[in-house]
Design a protein around this ligand. Structure first.
Ligand code: SAH
Length: 473
């Protein structure tokens, strides 16, 4: 066991999945936050047990050649970014390795199936969504901020390099109102105060802004004044919504939304289609990378005329709707009612008549569709971080689709699920990591699985098409 407060000279050789540097001292792994692979340094042991230890940089002897100077003053205090201190190439190498190691070790797939990560050309101001906790700084001013890593301490801050530039003015006007009216921030320790979060959304292609205030109240003091200040100051503001969250919880939004201005939603354009986005609905945060992600998903889905597409965890319908023109029928499944309402509206405004949307838990919807004898040719799975429920995988495999396209934001649950799919005869043919979240540890992956047993049928169909065309000649 390494001794607390002891100082060792060492070199950082790897990163954890959370992006902390790792070195080995006397055969024991030591985690050193804010270090970079290749750093030669002195590490002070802070906490230690038999298997591993935590340390901090005591003295840098020779910084890694992968290091860059962080371009944000609060990088080390704020929990938002993990990689502002290493080059983008090193960050991509970390993400590639993370996906490779997880999918090969846990998922059991052949590493040659994993393609090179789809890089992001724009790495700042890419986030179209911000949920900023509200606090008072030490001078008594009401501020928005970010939570420090793994804590509920709010670091006050008025701007962030990851988020859309159009949020800055919205934050400023909101804080001017909050400070002038002295509307108290919420304090989770004693469940007092009013203002919990400022929740902002921006539609990049249409330049539409949404402001949603999350409050421990049904009404705000001088609400009309706030609406006037925001609408006068923000020409691209489309809607203002008040969300009431009176629960003692870390869940950000409550169940009740009241529109204070506009229609309650914004619209964006993605992959050539228009989408309604409500505050309740999920919408991918990085517009440019989402278009790349969906293009890869569409290539993997490789839909042909007459095929049925099932889009599980469809949100507001984006993935399925962008592919619907190629399919005979699209069925989307999603658990949030408002997202399904948006998805239906989205099919309508884009003139897509072959889509059906079902508001249900994915597992029970799949059973229902199987009972209805629906036989999807292709199934898209885009679950939240916890991945797919085991019974959903059973039902899906039982529907015998030709292709499954799995879009995942967590390599670990993806690996667990593709292993289960492999046990059911669905093998991974390709996996492409996509950098949806530059400067953070998060990485998205798109996987194509197909059924070994059904592949022969697939081939026959292909050769039939060839026969037909040759007979026409
Ligand atoms: N495919 C969409 C949304 C992906 S996010 C897009 O690209 O925008 C995952 C979605 O799964 C969210 O909309 C979430 O509300 C939904 N969801 C979470 N748990 C679910 C469940 N058990 N059944 C169905 N949908 C679920």
């Amino acid at each position: 066991m390494l001794k607390k407060n002891e100082i060792y000279q060492t070199e950082i050789i790897d990163y954890t999945t959370e992006g902390s540097g790792v070195c080995k001292i006397d055969g024991i792994a030591v985690f050193v936050p804010n270090s970079a692979v290749g750093d030669r340094l002195k590490v002070r042991i802070l906490k230690s047990n038999k298997k591993y230890a935590y340390g901090k940089i005591e003295e840098m002897i020779e910084p890694s050649e992968n290091r860059i100077t962080p371009d944000c003053d609060i990088f080390h205090q704020c929990g938002g970014c993990t990689f502002r201190h290493i080059s983008y190439e090193s960050e991509l190498a970390f993400k590639q390795k993370r996906v490779y190691d997880t999918l090969t070790r846990i998922g059991g797939i052949d590493g040659s199936m994993i393609h090179e990560i789809e890089r992001a050309d724009y790495r700042d101001q890419y986030r179209n969504k911000a949920q900023l906790p509200i606090t008072r700084d030490k001078d008594g001013h009401i501020r928005v901020g970010f939570f420090a890593p793994a804590s509920h301490r709010i670091i006050p801050l008025d701007d962030c390099m990851l988020q859309s530039a159009s949020f800055r003015a919205a934050i400023q006007i909101f804080l001017d109102w909050a400070n002038s009216e002295n509307v108290p921030p919420y304090d989770e320790r004693n469940h007092s105060g009013i203002l919990r979060h400022l929740y902002l959304r921006y539609a990049e292609n249409t330049d539409e802004l949404m402001v949603c205030i999350v409050a421990n109240a049904k009404e705000l003091r001088k609400e009309k004044k706030l609406v006037k200040m925001l609408t006068q100051g923000l020409p691209n503001l489309k809607t203002i919504v008040l969300n009431t969250n009176a629960e003692k919880t870390n869940v950000i939004t409550g169940d009740t939304y009241r529109v204070l201005y506009g229609s309650g939603y914004i619209t964006d354009e993605l992959c050539g289609l228009k989408f309604y986005i409500s505050p309740q609905s999920f919408y991918q945060v990085n517009h440019r990378q989402t278009e790349k992600l969906y293009t890869i998903a569409a290539e993997f889905a490789a839909l042909k005329q007459g095929e049925i597409l099932l889009d599980m965890y469809c949100g507001i319908g984006t993935i399925g709707l962008t592919m619907a023109a190629k399919a005979e029928k699209l069925i989307g499944v999603e658990i949030i009612p408002r997202a399904i309402e948006d998805a239906k509206k989205n099919a309508e405004i884009n003139g897509i008549g072959n889509a059906e949307f079902i508001c249900k838990d994915a597992s029970s919807a799949a059973i229902m569709l199987k009972d209805r004898q629906i036989k999807p040719d292709c199934i898209i799975l885009d679950p939240p971080r916890k991945g797919c429920a085991k019974d959903l995988i059973d039902t899906i495999a039982g529907m015998s689709p030709l292709r499954i396209v799995y879009v995942s934001c967590d390599p670990a649950t993806l690996a667990r699920d593709i292993k289960i799919f492999a046990e059911k005869g669905y093998y991974t043919e390709k996996a492409i990591p996509v950098d949806m979240f530059p400067r953070t540890v998060h990485v998205e992956t798109v996987v194509l699985m197909s059924a070994a047993s059904r592949r022969s049928r697939f081939r026959v169909e292909t050769s039939l098409t060839c026969d037909k065309s040759s007979s026409r000649i």
